[in-house]
Design a protein. Sequence first.
Length: 309
Amino acid sequence: MIEVQHFTKHYGDFIAVDDLSFTIGKGETFGFIGPNGAGKSTTIRFLATLLRPTSGEGRVAGFSVTSEPMAVRRVIGFMPDDFGVYDGMKVWEFLDFFAVAYEIPRGYRKKIIGEVLELLDLTHKRDDYVNGLSKGMKQRLCLAKTLVHDPPVLILDEPASGLDPRARLEMKALLNELRQMGKTILISSHILSELADFCTSIGIIERGKLLAAGSIREIQNQIRSHRVLKVRVLDESTDRAAELLRGDSSIRMVEAYDHTLSAEFEGQDRDMARVLDRLIQSGITVQSFAEEPLSLEEVFMMITKGIVA
Ligand SMILES: Nc1ncnc2c1ncn2[C@@H]1O[C@H](COP(=O)(O)OP(=O)(O)O)[C@@H](O)[C@H]1O
Ligand SMILES: [Mg+2]
């Protein structure tokens, strides 16, 4: 749904983004993560057709960012990192302004604005002035504005920045709802934990270079030499289970404490299934059997420390 191909942007001698390529599939929520100044907004503004590349190309829903910008604008909802405040405008007028800009027929505008306000829980603020809203509500209104033309793709530049914890949670819930509506979402943040629990894939950018991109699982597999298997068994089976695991060719190290076994696993998914099968076949009562996920924080630390470059 979104494709970035060799995007490069120079400002004079300064290389803000260097040969960036990644793909985001339909219905995915892609977290674009990197510290301040990494090049997130530059890339996002390029995709939103607001910035010409030094070189490279982008595609959104099949349309070229460089040669079909108007078509791209119709399929995206773009929320910039800073948005202007419209003095003297009421909430509904603000949305109506964008609905007009998107050439939504007069007869539909009221209905659509009502729906968007309802979705973003702003119906009770319909006749309030935009200036008077809290920061969290302004952000929500800005998100509302990106939805009036019902775009399949949302491109959101740090939508949760500057929000208090409660407003952040509300924003998250909203994004989840939008994801469930089938939207493809690109969302940036310099705070990893903000994106960790609801993105389907991520891209990590630092100093203009993409360090890793893909599903969280893919990235985890890419960077770690071994996987960790956690097996919990009923008490009386612990010793036998440890012995069986130690004897398996795909397992290197086994630690047991209490009745949980932690094993370094070096094999394919098929081998993991075989290990479980062997445990059960041997009459060991397995209470749970799972691969221990590497946390996104660990992934991020490993990647930005240059373990993978
Ligand atoms: N118009 C510009 N002129 C010169 N340098 C710029 C301009 N816009 C951004 N930069 C620089 O490009 C780098 C990337 O910026 P940006 O994409 O805004 O990063 P991020 O959004 O990840 O914080 C930064 O070092 C920034 O100072
Ligand atoms: Mg930015």
